[in-house]
Design a protein around this ligand. Structure first.
Ligand code: SF4
Ligand code: SF4
Length: 361
């Protein structure tokens, strides 16, 4: 189990929730037990053996999207509350339960299929074994939009990039989130084995959660990555700048961009997706209330769409209300695409599919 930083956790537990307006869970549910400092108090009391890890307490502490919205106004720059909360509720051994019964089917799927969604669908695309570029889809994009793999493959072919796909396993983040670090580690080990075997030098992923776990967690878990990890928006912008992709005008010209929290606040990728959009002739971008590093989470962080579906839906509804009616909403994350699409009147467009539309038709 990862070590909890008690000093930081106590700083938060004693704070009057200075970030309350930036925590989407608190805003959606409205009760103090899921406020950032409320969760920190439960976590700190559990760490000091004053509180049993009952289902109610696990649920309260786990009500964190990992969106890092609370960092915007937090006076403690060293505090990474979402990780402290995760570590504090993660069991020391398999005999202790850190899991809610509702999560069991997803953990069972991960063990059996390597995906929380069950059997992986067949996915197409021209995969060239031995290519330097590995395109890592991620289980959420694969489960919800398997057809997107071929679309993005077409885009890579258009740019003249040989790429490969592998029989990927879940990155492990969901297993860690659902309180099974051992399973997370074994998924990571299996992925590393496949990365080495495929011989690629660069892994490009469209999933911010996969990017986060590859770049932050794998190293913390003691794995050495055999390839460079690249965020898809930055990679495809590079192809446009090199002149390998030449976007042409498309029908829809008025668009908004929803910043996925991990791309914006952790990877600091706020300009690149906008530059990609602006590379399409005639596009104008209408910014929503709260954009860039101040973005609000769509409700899909840390597998909320499976773990806490009603809360995820309410958070998505709130986020959608921050956009101008009429403009299509582009995003670059499979969770955001899924969460924001739940509202019937919202037009959610995947950034790479939009680029493929502009470059390949
Ligand atoms: S995350 Fe920072 S601002 Fe928010 S309650 Fe904790 S200490 Fe206060
Ligand atoms: S990371 Fe996001 S959901 Fe978690 S406490 Fe901070 S603002 Fe709330």
């Amino acid at each position: 189990m990862a070590e909890v930083n008690m000093e930081q956790l106590l700083n938060c537990a004693l704070c009057p929730n200075m970030c309350r307006c930036d925590c989407p869970v608190l805003q959606a549910l409205g009760h103090e037990k899921v406020a950032p400092a409320g969760k920190a108090r439960f976590a700190a009391m559990h760490q000091q053996d004053h509180l049993e890890l009952s289902n109610e307490i696990i649920e309260a502490i786990a009500n964190c999207l990992g969106c890092r919205g609370c960092t915007v106004l937090c006076p403690f720059p060293e505090l990474n509350l979402c990780d402290e909360l995760l570590y504090a509720r993660t069991p020391d051994s398999v005999d202790q339960s850190g899991q809610l019964p509702a999560w069991e089917p997803y953990l069972a799927n991960l063990k059996k299929y390597g995906s929380p969604y069950g059997q992986k669908p067949p996915f197409g695309g021209k995969s060239s074994r031995g290519s330097d570029v590995l395109y890592f889809v991620g289980c959420t994009a694969l489960a919800n939009h398997p057809e997107s793999v071929a679309v993005i493959g077409k885009l890579l072919q258009q740019a003249g990039v040989n790429y490969q796909l592998i029989d990927e396993d879940c990155c492990g983040y969901p297993a860690e989130t659902w309180g099974d670090p051992n399973l997370a580690h074994s998924l990571a080990a299996e992925n590393i084995r496949k990365f080495v075997e495929c011989g690629a030098k660069k892994l490009v992923t469209c999933c911010p959660e996969c990017w986060l776990i590859f770049t932050e967690r794998y190293k913390k878990w003691g794995f050495e990555l055999p390839l460079e990890i690249v965020a898809a928006p930055a990679y495809f912008l590079g192809l446009v700048k090199e002149g390998l992709l030449k976007p042409a005008a498309i029908e829809q010209t008025k668009l908004s961009y929803h910043d996925p929290c991990i791309w914006a606040r952790t990877a600091k990728l706020t300009k690149e997706p906008r530059q990609l959009l602006e590379s399409i002739p005639g596009i104008t971008i209408e910014e929503p209330l709260f954009s860039g590093e101040l973005t609000h989470c769509c409700g899909g962080g840390r597998m909320f769409q499976l773990s806490f579906p009603k809360t995820a839906e309410e958070i998505a509804k709130r986020r959608l209300s921050e956009f101008t009616v009429g403009a299509g909403i582009v995003t670059a994350c499979p969770f955001c695409r899924e969460g924001l699409s739940q509202e019937n009147n919202a037009r959610i467009i995947d950034l790479l599919e939009l680029l493929a539309n502009a470059c390949c038709s």
